[in-house]
Design a protein around this ligand. Structure first.
Ligand SMILES: Nc1nc2c(ncn2[C@@H]2O[C@H](COP(=O)(O)OP(=O)(O)O)[C@@H](O)[C@H]2O)c(=O)[nH]1
Ligand SMILES: [Mg+2]
Length: 144
């Protein structure tokens, strides 16, 4: 069976593990991620491996990713919180830390703005377009 590997990266608290659990149809609420997780699911007849990485700051997440995973990933999902600009800037930092380490280990990259429900409630909507261009990603908006 074809296997696809997807890594979800972003600073702590943006909703990576929640997103992965939702993809797996798990209803439980995740706790703080303390160690790397590799979750397996099947989507459209393909085996999909989802990589979840611990860490709060961009440098930690980048380091933990490169420790946990030395192989190629098919899709990198960079995730930020639509209500928090610092989480968007952290993506640029994360990306450059990976590049500095000589890692550009993915085939496709998307930038996902998460917590749309909260953004709508607060009326704060941090646009990721410029960062998406700088990391060569397509833009996506995601909500629960
Ligand atoms: N309002 C809102 N909260 C979310 C959403 N996704 C995750 N959260 C909350 O954000 C917090 C951090 O989520 P978590 O998945 O642990 O983030 P991670 O550190 O990136 O893995 C938790 O309290 C989640 O319930 C979302 O789409 N909307
Ligand atoms: Mg987590």
């Amino acid at each position: 069976m074809t296997r696809r590997t997807v890594a979800v990266l972003g600073v702590g608290g943006v909703g990576k593990t929640t997103y992965i659990f939702r993809t797996l149809n798990l209803t439980l609420k995740p706790r703080a991620t303390l160690r790397p997780g590799i979750y397996r699911t099947y989507i459209g007849g393909k085996e999909v491996e989802l990589i979840d990485v611990p860490g709060q700051l961009a440098v930690e997440v980048a380091r933990n990713f490169s420790k946990a995973w030395s192989f190629y990933v098919d899709l990198m999902i960079y995730m930020y919180d639509l209500t928090d600009q610092s989480t968007l800037y952290a993506i640029a930092e994360l990306h450059s830390v990976l590049l500095d380490r000589g890692i550009s280990p993915y085939h496709r990259v998307v930038l996902v703005g998460n917590k749309r429900d909260l953004a709508e409630e607060l009326g704060v909507f941090i646009e990721g377009d410029e960062i998406a261009v700088s990391i060569d990603a397509k833009k996506n908006i995601l909500s629960n």
